[in-house]
Design a protein around this ligand. Structure first.
Ligand SMILES: Nc1ncnc2c1ncn2[C@@H]1O[C@H](COP(=O)(O)OP(=O)(O)OP(=O)(O)O)[C@@H](O)[C@H]1O
Length: 349
């Protein structure tokens, strides 16, 4: 059964289309990340699923129950969703225990409530802190309480809007892994908004990349990075070099690196021009006094060097891994030779 099904969803603000006939399905026990640049409609989509958005057309179903359709608009509190925001949204005047207990229905006895809250606090490993108030907790602890509160309500779907962006780098990735594990333990499906691809990589099973109110590609992180379906996706997912190639036959291409041979056959036509994607780690660099490429910029990044090189009248960005202590260091003006390493022959028109 799908946890969430969105069909042809459109939404406008004052006649400006923000969601444009968008389709998305979340599987059971799946975490999907909505990724995209600022203003592409991520939060609007999350708000639409939560029932907080007006001016919608299209259909939204949660666990096959229709929430939005022509003449249907189920109220937010009846959608059985857990919401987590960037600012934690805890009640400052309630202690941790009461914050977590807040959304529990009055149908539960006092003892059942106590049990549920204790279970949730144990889950986020904060049972020692039930008497504290939000201002006595770190940002990471407050977010774990917000998660405990959302889970206590036993939602059918979790919606998370930039939940990690107020935390520093170290706590952020620790919490991302912790909460992912927790959602998996609880077999919870979740839709998660971020503009950070690193967060998406770490937290989600699949990433839906949005552009101007549409999902342009949805896949796991490796596929999005290695097999982007457009230059927009390729550029969003990481640094990209492109070279012009001419198709010689179904598996060979003429390029500034000579003739390139792919292991796979394509249906490109002989003579066709294509743009070939080369990630910075697909190009090897070696010092060479007789080399026909020149180093223009070097950024030492600890584990690697990012090197800009001019070759064949264009600039290439190369990632050189400092895998041993005395790895070669490059400097501006060095003459070098570039060689292509194995890559996926991803090409665009
Ligand atoms: N209440 C509103 N009234 C008018 N326009 C709005 C309103 N809320 C959002 N918008 C516009 O709708 C578009 C999508 O906004 P949305 O907040 O969904 O984007 P987003 O992808 O979540 O962006 P960000 O990453 O910056 O949060 C933007 O162009 C935004 O300016």
């Amino acid at each position: 059964m799908s946890a969430l099904d969105i069909q042809e969803l459109s939404c406008s603000y004052q006649k400006t289309l923000v969601l444009d006939g968008l389709n998305l399905t979340l599987n059971d026990n799946e975490i999907v990340c909505l990724l995209g640049e600022s203003g592409c409609g991520k939060t609007t989509l999350l708000r639409a699923v939560a029932g907080l958005q007006s001016e919608l057309t299209g259909k939204i179903s949660i666990r096959q129950k229709v929430m939005n359709d022509i003449d249907i608009n189920v109220a937010p509190e009846k959608r059985k969703i857990g919401l987590i925001f960037q600012d934690y949204a805890l009640f400052p005047h309630l202690n941790v225990f009461d914050n977590v207990a807040f959304s529990l229905t009055s149908k539960l006895s006092q003892q059942q409530k106590q049990q549920r809250v204790e279970e949730m606090l144990a889950l986020v490993q904060l049972n020692e802190m039930s008497e504290r108030y939000p201002h006595q907790l770190s940002g990471g602890q407050q977010q774990r309480i917000a998660i405990a509160r959302a889970l206590a309500y036993q939602p059918e779907l979790m919606l998370l809007d930039e939940p990690f962006s107020n935390l520093d780098q170290h706590v952020r990735f620790q919490l991302i892994h912790e909460i992912r594990l927790l959602l998996k333990q609880k077999k919870m499906s979740a839709l998660f908004v971020t503009h950070s691809k690193e967060e998406g990589f770490a937290f989600a099973d699949r990433i839906a990349l949005m552009q101007a109110g549409k999902i342009v590609q949805i896949d796991d992180a490796q596929t999005l990075y290695r097999k982007p379906n457009s230059m927009y996706v390729a550029n969003f997912m990481g640094q990209a070099n492109y070279i012009d190639v001419t198709v010689l036959d179904e598996s060979t291409y003429q390029s500034c690196f000579g003739v390139l041979t792919s292991k796979h056959q394509s249906n490109h036509k002989k003579g066709q021009k294509q743009r070939l994607l080369l990630r910075p780690e697909h190009i090897d660099i070696k010092h060479d006094q007789r080399g026909d490429a020149v180093v223009e910029q070097v950024d030492f990044q600890g584990a690697s060097q990012q090197i800009k090189v001019r070759f064949a009248a264009q600039e290439f960005v190369i990632k050189y891994s400092n895998h041993c202590y005395d790895s070669v260091l490059f400097k501006i003006g060095d003459k070098v030779t570039l060689t292509l390493l194995e890559h996926g022959f991803v090409m665009f028109d």
